[in-house]
Design a protein around this ligand. Structure first.
Ligand code: HEM
Length: 445
């Protein structure tokens, strides 16, 4: 394995905040030296926690004492309601009980053909771009949006994929601006800015989703049940409660928002890393071709593609799409020998955790073999999907989708870097490649 250029570059900040008093460029080195960090404007203390034991305490043992941060909720609630992602207590529990079976191994495997079809379409788009540079981030966003829209709101006459994509994208980018205030500890600003930035796109999203749900109720969907069918028929085993239209819509929008961009980023960063490491790429291609020949990958191939899976795992380590998790402490506690007081923000800097030299050997090196034995990985040093009861419900969905698309593309195309067009990792809600991921695309053989 070789060290990939630029992976050690510190996180950048979204441009308009470049004059803010604090930014991630300052914060990352500060994690190791000075704790807690006190927001310059509000005086609110926030703690950056990278000790695996303390992370376990926050995400698992004391999960009720560390709910998602107030600002995270303020940012997301206007768009996705009190859905699974931000609900707390009993309201979260019953939704999770309804949603958990929806994401069973069997249901996700049955959705494999949707992912295979998206991989085929992505492949056809790249075929048309061989011999030149393509923006693989853009291509992967298109592919994962096709998947998530086809397994949530498709089939309704009211649904238009492009309309929805426009609304979601504008929501994500507008909300992203606001989310940086969360990092800066400016909670008072958030609701006001949030309303200002996101009102229009939220309205678009909700009306598209409501129309699609109503259309599905009126005309049930034939064939393999998708996430909407499964949620429509889902029932809480404890209270027998079912989701009403508003709850269905909020959760479907949650799946779309939480699911498509994160998976696209995983794929884009994985392709970027492979482009820099011809050895890894050749080995991955050999595995994919041996299993697939000329066909696209499907869900049943997953167990035969361990190296492709390791590349996905390693891309999620080096470029975790959810680069920070944040919580608001409810009770006095001690973490890493320091006092934490109620109301303070506790941040889990996943990006920095995944590159911590005490937790990882040669942490900036791209080396998928780290994951050849998953048991050798310290569970609380690797958290691309979080952990504990609030762990990502879509993790297997995302891994299956990423492996299917990555294997299909690596079997068919060779990717090389475009000089002078290296992406800059920037934290905008998720860890995005500013300027896209531009790679030269050639037929593999
Ligand atoms: C939660 C990451 C894909 C739906 C989370 C969390 C992380 C995460 C870190 C925990 C957040 C926290 O504790 O604050 C990712 C990554 C993905 C991905 C990196 C892709 C590579 C998906 C997909 C779906 C999804 C495909 C749905 C189809 C959700 C939901 C939650 C969640 C609903 C909230 C779960 C709860 O609180 O009960 N995700 N996610 N995610 N994710 Fe994902």
């Amino acid at each position: 394995p070789v060290s990939v250029p630029l992976v050690t570059r510190p996180l950048g900040l979204w441009g308009s905040l470049k004059h803010a008093r604090r930014n991630l460029l300052e914060i990352i080195p500060e994690i190791a030296t000075r704790q807690p960090i006190v927001s310059g404007r509000t005086g609110i203390r926030w703690h950056m926690v990278m000790d695996p034991e303390s992370i376990r305490r926050i995400l698992k043992e004391k999960v009720d004492d560390y709910p998602k941060s107030n600002t995270t909720k303020a940012i997301l609630r206007p768009a996705i309601g009190d859905s699974l992602f931000i609900a707390e207590g009993a309201h979260w529990h019953w939704q999770r009980r309804v949603a958990a079976p929806v994401f069973s191994h069997r249901n996700i495997a049955a959705l494999g053909p949707v992912m295979t079809a998206a991989a085929e379409r992505a492949s056809a788009r790249l075929e048309a771009q061989t011999g030149r540079a393509a923006d693989l981030h853009h291509e992967m966003v298109t592919a994962t949006f096709e998947v998530i829209s086809d397994v949530t709101l498709s089939g309704g006459q009211a649904f238009d994929r492009d309309d929805m994509h426009r609304a979601i994208n504008s929501y994500i980018s507008e909300t992203a601006k606001v989310s940086l205030f969360d990092l800066l500890g400016l909670p008072d600003w958030v609701p006001r800015l949030n309303r200002m930035f996101t009102q229009r796109s939220m309205g678009d999203m909700k009306s598209v989703a409501d129309a699609a749900i109503e259309a599905r109720r009126a005309a049930p969907h034939a064939g393999v049940p998708d996430l909407l069918d499964l949620l429509l028929t889902g029932q809480d085993p404890k209270t027998s409660r079912r989701m009403n239209t508003e709850e269905l819509r909020d959760n479907l929008l949650t799946f779309i928002v939480a699911g498509h961009e994160t998976t696209a980023l995983t794929l884009a960063w994985a392709l970027y890393l492979c482009a820099f490491d011809a050895g890894v790429q050749t080995r991955a291609r050999a595995e994919a071709r041996a299993v697939l020949g000329d066909r696209a990958a499907c869900a049943e191939d997953l167990s035969a593609l361990p190296y492709i899976r390791q590349i996905v795992d390693e891309a999620l380590r080096l470029y975790p799409p959810a680069a920070f998790l944040s919580r608001t402490a409810q009770k006095p506690d001690r973490l890493c020998g320091r006092d934490v007081r109620p109301g303070e923000t506790v941040m889990l800097p996943i990006y920095a955790l995944h590159r911590h030299h005490l937790l990882w050997a040669d942490p900036d090196r791209f080396d998928p073999d780290r994951f050849s034995d998953p048991k050798a990985i310290d569970r609380y040093a690797y958290l691309p999907f979080g952990d504990g009861p609030r762990v990502c419900i879509g993790a297997s969905f995302a891994i299956q989708e990423a492996v299917i698309i990555l294997a299909t593309l690596l079997a068919r195309f060779r990717f090389t870097p475009v000089p002078g067009r290296a992406p800059k990792p920037v934290l905008i809600l998720t860890l995005r490649p500013e300027g896209g991921v531009w790679l030269n695309v050639e037929p593999a053989h």
